[in-house]
Design a protein around this ligand. Structure first.
Ligand code: SF4
Length: 864
């Protein structure tokens, strides 16, 4: 058995891996107590080596490690010598372990002498970091997960916790079930799976969260709910913040809803406000964070059980990256780059030749510098900016413009890796050893239980190997992650003098065995072994005067943009980032099998598009083609689209093209949820569904493919019907041999083709003039069988009910099965579980079971 940690989201769930690589939740891990969501449960299905990068590559040819490392070190050395330290850059990732992050940051800031290292966490929570620092003086998350369970009111702002942090959501849902008087408020322009748990859903106008929290601050004051003694002793800026808050702004909510929210907040002492990307990914993200913090500070509802602001991070080790100084404007141990004493302390601990003395390029600026030719050598580690950055097409061109780009990744093909001069194979989850920090400051071990794939090496080792070849062997002579961690923990001995929040000196001096056995532990862990469970109940903030600062926040006016939609990009339940791992498992692909655009019926009518047709979204820098999902969950004037689909899975599914690179002026975080797009119906002449035992390829404008249990499945559409449908089918399915069974219904304009070889069904192709109506699960289940005779019917016989689109990925229960069970009288989530098994494993689908029970049309995307 190996105890390790989930590599997906910032909840940081503990996992127990069995000798047969079976995956279970770790009952002893304080983040999840044995639970896992659908993504975590399916980790065992992502361990195969298909698609893995198994050896270094220079250009498209395989190379030895020595050759590749020499080339990387030589190119970086030459760029620095010729153009200076700021001519090189690292773009790293919240997927890295703390040890990887630590050495990358040390190399760039302490040896190369530039701070041009930024991370994809910039896209996720930089505004929370900046908001924390402005208010508290440090990037401190004051509370812990138990607070969410102990609160009497939980306010979720810009957070679809049910899908993006499912285990935290389950803890919240369980607490609410146990204490029905607990109230949950969900503030989100869009009604989501999380809203279904909420007592109150406030469909706020996009980006107007600060206006609402300003109204709350004023109301708290006017109702006499300000904690006068706390404010007097521990806060500055109260009056300014209150005066700014008095500027009345329309936040898109009715007076009645605002009054109800304010009354609930004012009358409930134990309030936790959880916020996430909906707050952070904005041009005013830091102000939104501070508007939230202001309300907690004014009432002193912070740092005590069941109360406080709570930023939840997207990535598994976004917090670890913040702690080691993995952002371009930070130093390790939450110290400040602009403070000479802080810099001296870090440099003397490292005994490094230099220390960066000014902030480096933040993500958006970093890629702009690439486009402008200022970056001569770029190293992208464990991330896919060609997809995930705003304005992704321009970012791709910017990367191409860099004279030398190296990408270290686990996958051979990613949109960014395709642009690299050198690819370096990194070890994947299961092969890596190190630590991560979750959203509640809890450091957990990730432990290896698999040998490294092919020639893959851990990221920390690759970085040290390059550093050594650059002439920095003294600072990078680590032989294990335990040694890296020990140096990192010892750094706290040098920085504790500054009295900052982050201190893990109590973990210094561990042996390799102790490191290996390290139990999940929340920082700080001071030299004397003491910790701080929650921060700021008694003030003791980290600003120079020891007080917190309330910020005067003036939200922007919400200016409607007629004829345009505001693009809200986000996540779906069963996929992770750009699907490089979750895309490997067929089970996860059945929940939502293609990229979609969710719009309100009023917008759909104005555009003239019907459900399941295709929508063309056009932004400043590109276009996407997505399946339309018409739902009153969307707000009029907005479109929601998932950000997971890349060129590897969809022809035109990337939605981050649309960002115009506007960033929050304080945090540098891109306004990923603030792009403006025009939307038009795409006039497809034909639509198709295809399933095959091998990969599916099509040059048509709309292609979205996904793995199935029997191979691949795909949705396709084109503007002009092909001359020969059999040729189209064979080319798409990659099947040149075998017999084709063809059934054409000219009256209905449909064609159905099955390719059978040696009696086995190898592929099926269904085309129609309108979105194809076919039982997709049924068709894919027949691929590879000798039971090919039924496939052209497209639906199972009466004796074989079609389960419909998958709702419960763990137990493979479809929507039709659930509807039938509801019709039979299963009228609670528990009853549905008993009848069908749905929701009885990881529980991630419970919000959708609730939605079905309430007869809310939740997901029509993967058409039944
Ligand atoms: Fe992994 Fe799910 Fe836990 Fe997040 S909630 S850490 S994705 S198991």
């Amino acid at each position: 058995m190996t105890c390790t940690t989930c590599p997906y989201c910032g909840v940081g769930c503990g996992i127990v891996v069995g000798p047969d690589n079976s995956i279970q939740g770790d009952k002893n891990h304080p983040a999840n107590f044995g639970r896992l969501c659908s993504k975590g449960s399916a980790l065992g299905e992502t361990l195969d080596l298909e698609g893995r990068l198994l050896a270094p590559q220079i250009g498209k040819r395989e190379a030895s490690w020595n050759e590749a490392l020499d080339l990387v070190a030589g190119k970086f050395r030459a760029a620095i010598d010729e153009h200076g330290p700021d001519s090189v850059a690292f773009y790293v990732s919240g997927q890295l372990l703390t040890e990887d992050y630590y050495v990358a940051n040390k190399l760039m800031k302490g040896y190369i002498g530039s701070a041009n290292i930024d991370t994809n966490s910039r896209l996720c929570m930089a505004s929370s970091v900046a908001g924390h620092k402005r208010a508290f003086g440090t990037d401190t998350v004051p509370g812990n997960y138990e607070d969410i369970e102990q609160a009497d009111l939980v306010v979720l702002v810009g957070s679809n916790l049910a899908w993006c942090h499912p285990i935290l959501y389950q803890r919240l849902a369980a607490a609410k079930a146990e204490r029905p008087n607990m109230n949950v408020v969900n503030i989100d322009p869009r009604r989501t799976a999380t809203s279904d748990l909420a007592d109150m859903h406030l469909a706020i106008a996009p980006d107007m969260d600060a206006a609402l929290f300003n109204k709350l601050l004023v109301a708290l004051h006017d109702k006499g709910k300000v904690n006068g003694s706390y404010v007097e002793q521990h806060i500055t800026g109260f009056e300014d913040a209150l005066n700014a808050a008095r500027t009345d702004m329309d936040c898109g909510l009715s007076d009645k809803d605002i009054a109800a929210f304010v009354a609930l907040w004012a009358e409930t002492e134990k309030v936790v406000t959880i916020y996430s990307q909906g707050v952070n990914q904005s041009a005013v993200g830091t102000d939104k964070v501070n508007a939230i913090l202001n309300c907690h500070l004014a009432t002193g509802r912070i740092g005590r059980a069941g109360m406080g602001p709570f930023s939840v991070t997207g990535q598994p080790n976004a917090m670890g990256g913040r702690e080691v100084g993995g952002l371009a404007n930070m130093l390790a141990n939450h110290l400040d780059l602009e403070n000479p004493n802080h810099r001296n302390a870090i440099q003397s601990a490292w005994q490094s030749p230099v220390i960066a003395d000014r902030a480096g390029l933040k993500a958006v600026d970093l890629f702009k510098a690439c486009a402008e030719g200022k970056i001569k050598a770029l190293w992208v580690m464990s991330t896919n900016p060609a997809v995930s950055m705003p304005n992704a097409s321009e970012v791709s061109q910017a990367i191409e413009n860099v004279p030398f780009t190296v990408v270290s990744d686990i996958m051979a093909r990613t949109d960014t890796g395709d642009l690299a001069d050198v690819l370096l194979p990194a070890t994947g989850w299961g092969e890596k050893s190190g630590t991560v920090t979750n959203s509640e400051r809890r450091i957990s071990r990730q432990r290896a239980f698999l040998p490294a794939a092919g020639m893959a090496r851990p990221d920390w080792k690759i970085i040290c190997d390059v550093a050594t070849r650059m002439g920095y062997e003294d600072g990078f002579a680590f032989t294990s992650p335990a040694e890296v961690f020990d140096e990192y923990a010892r750094l706290s001995l040098h920085t504790a003098q500054f009295g900052r929040d982050f201190d893990i000196s109590g973990l210094a001096g561990m042996s390799a065995e102790q490191y290996d056995a390290l139990e999940p532990v929340q920082w700080p862990v001071k030299k004397d072994g003491t910790t701080t469970e929650r921060f700021f109940a008694e003030g003791e903030f980290y600003r120079p005067d020891g007080k917190a600062k309330m910020l005067a926040v003036t939200p922007p006016r919400n200016i409607p943009q007629p004829n345009f939609l505001r693009l809200n990009s986000g996540r779906v339940r069963d996929q992770w980032h750009t699907m490089t791992r979750t895309g490997k498992t067929a089970r996860l692909g059945q929940h939502i099998a293609e990229p979609f655009a969710e719009i309100h019926p009023i917008d759909a009518k104005n555009i003239g598009v019907k459900d399941a047709e295709l929508l063309r979204l056009s932004g400043e820098n590109g276009r996407a083609l997505l399946r339309v999902l018409i739902s009153d969950r969307a707000q009029v004037g907005s479109v929601f689209a998932p950000m997971h689909w890349t060129a590897q899975f969809a022809a035109n599914g990337r939605v981050n093209f649309a960002g115009n690179s506007v960033t929050d002026p304080v945090s540098g975080q891109p306004a990923l949820k603030g792009a403006v797009v025009s939307a038009t119906r795409y006039d497809a002449e034909w639509y198709a569904f295809a399933a095959a035992d091998g990969d599916i390829t099509s040059g048509r404008p709309y292609v979205a493919k996904m793995r199935s249990d029997t191979g691949w499945r795909a949705e396709i559409a084109g503007v002009k019907s092909p001359d020969c449908w059999e040729q189209e089918a064979r080319a798409t399915l990659g099947l040149t041999s075998g017999d084709a069974l063809i059934f054409e219904d000219k009256r209905r304009g449909t064609i159905r083709i099955a390719i059978i070889e040696n009696g086995v069904l190898r592929g099926a192709f269904f085309a129609a003039k309108s979105p194809v109506s076919v039982a997709r699960g049924f068709v894919t289940s027949l691929i590879g069988t000798q039971d090919a005779q039924h496939v052209l019917a497209g639906v199972p016989g009466a004796d074989q009910p079609d389960p419909g689109a998958t709702v419960c990925a763990c137990m493979s229960v479809g929507k039709n099965t659930l509807r039938a069970a509801i019709a039979e009288g299963a009228l609670t989530v528990e009853a549905l579980g008993e009848c069908t098994g749905a929701g009885t494993s990881c529980g991630s689908c419970k919000p959708e079971l609730q939605a079905l029970l309430r007869d809310i049309p939740s997901l029509k995307v993967a058409a039944e």
